[in-house]
Design a protein around this ligand. Structure first.
Ligand SMILES: [Zn+2]
Length: 421
């Protein structure tokens, strides 16, 4: 491949607009900015790199009551070890560009980073400016912190979390502290039996769809295993009727299984695809085996008409997900989060993926909590995609035109088609 071709491909990818399939943006610009208490530590604490600081030995410094100077002293202890991770590098490569810094975070510049971040977060247009700089045309937003129906507007496209529906039929909370049954009853919904509960879930999905939601989101691997066995309706009704106090853990799980299967039927009925969290569990503290995409095999086989967007490449169970996406028409493969977990692995797995799976089945998303973090995530996704495609051209597995076609599919066209945006 000639250098000119490489440059043309890089330029093409750098200038692609992005349809981003997964974010968690709370603050979406407007009003008077989000500046109150938004400093360098708030930014670091809300970024994935906080997990690397913890992994390196710190203990929740960002949410501690320490002063700014004390926080910095803690961070400084492990910074030399964290500087090499993709979480750190993607974040600071992005921040350097956005704020015009020459160097990543260090003892000599952390206060200057802090000052500039505060200053920009006073500006209510900074959020949308950063998204524009990132080329994010629209994004699917998973507001896991709220149960209410989201407001329409801007670049935001809602998805609906199903965790509370599955986890709180008996009045228990999901891992985010949500209790769907209590929420429904507070709104005056009468839930006397399991049918009432499922009918309410059905109406809720319909209401979200009317409000613009384009998908359901299953993040149940943060609550329990992704294996959903079959439970008979008779058994499920019995458990529901007996109530929380009388149900053993095994019965609670059986009721959750039943509900997940009903929600799969509702997804098909409403024509909504299902996004599923698999692989790496943010923050640790849960069995990694819960999130193995192979556990979903029975759902993929049973619900042929459902459409599954399976997240995070299943990392580290990537090989299983590649084979599932190859063999099942209804299983799609999402790179979201992966380029900022390991930029190197993303380039490599993408080549394996493109050997195996048709390129209409691959998506990308940032999976970030703020615009600056998503800016770095887009940058790293584009970097990984470029590297993988340059290699395919070098190996004569793709022409320059093939490479451009694939890059646009991954970052834009596939999401538009699949989510009917
Ligand atoms: Zn996410």
């Amino acid at each position: 491949m000639t250098g000119a071709n490489l440059e043309e491909l890089r330029h093409f990818i750098d200038n692609l607009n992005v349809l981003d399939t997964h974010e968690h943006f709370r603050y979406k610009g407007g009003a008077a900015g989000d500046a109150s208490n938004y400093d360098i530590f708030a930014l670091l604490g809300s970024a994935y790199v906080a997990a690397d600081f913890n992994s390196a030995g710190l203990k929740n410094v960002f949410s501690s009551g320490l002063s700014a100077f004390e926080k910095w002293k803690e961070i400084e202890k492990v910074l030399p070890f964290v500087r090499s991770t993709s979480y750190f590098r993607s974040l600071f490569d992005g921040l350097k560009e956005l704020y015009g810094f020459e160097e990543v975070l260090s003892a000599s510049n952390w206060q200057e980073y802090d000052r500039v971040i505060r200053e920009h977060h006073n500006d209510s247009s900074w959020f949308s400016e950063v998204l524009n700089k990132a080329g994010i045309e629209r994004y699917l937003n998973d507001e896991f912190w709220a149960l209410k129906i989201p407001e329409k507007g801007g670049k935001d496209i809602p998805v609906l979390r199903i965790n509370p529906f599955v986890m709180s039929a008996l009045g228990e909370k999901d891992h985010n502290g949500h209790n769907a049954r209590e929420f429904a009853e507070k709104q005056g919904v009468k839930i006397k039996n399991l049918d009432d509960y499922i009918n309410w879930v059905d109406r809720r999905i319909g209401d979200f769809k009317k409000a613009g939601a384009v998908a359901l989101k299953n993040a149940l691997a943060y609550d329990r295993s992704l294996y959903f066995a079959e439970t008979t309706e008779k058994e499920a009704k019995k458990i529901f009727k007996a109530g929380n106090k009388k149900a053993a853990q095994k019965q609670k799980t059986a009721l959750q299984d039943f509900l997940l299967h009903r929600i799969m039927e509702l997804a098909v009925k409403h024509g909504l695809p299902v996004q599923i969290h698999t692989g790496i569990q943010h923050g640790g503290g849960r069995p990694l085996a819960w999130s193995d995409p192979l556990l979903l095999n029975n759902l993929f086989l049973k619900y042929e008409e459902a459409r599954f967007d399976v997240f995070h490449t299943g990392y580290p169970f990537t090989g299983s997900l590649i084979v599932l996406a190859k063999s099942q028409r209804n299983v799609f493969f999402n790179l979201c989060w992966m380029p900022i977990i390991s930029e190197t692995s993303t380039g490599e797995l993408l080549n394996e993926l493109l050997d195996c799976v048709p390129s209409n089945k691959i998506f990308w998303g940032g999976d970030c909590s703020g615009a600056e973090l998503a800016y770095g995530a887009v940058r790293y996704a584009k970097k990984s995609i470029f590297r993988a495609l340059a290699k395919r051209i070098e190996n004569e597995a793709a022409s320059l035109e093939d490479a451009k076609f694939i890059a646009k599919n991954i970052l834009y066209s596939n999401a538009k088609e699949f989510y009917r945006i």
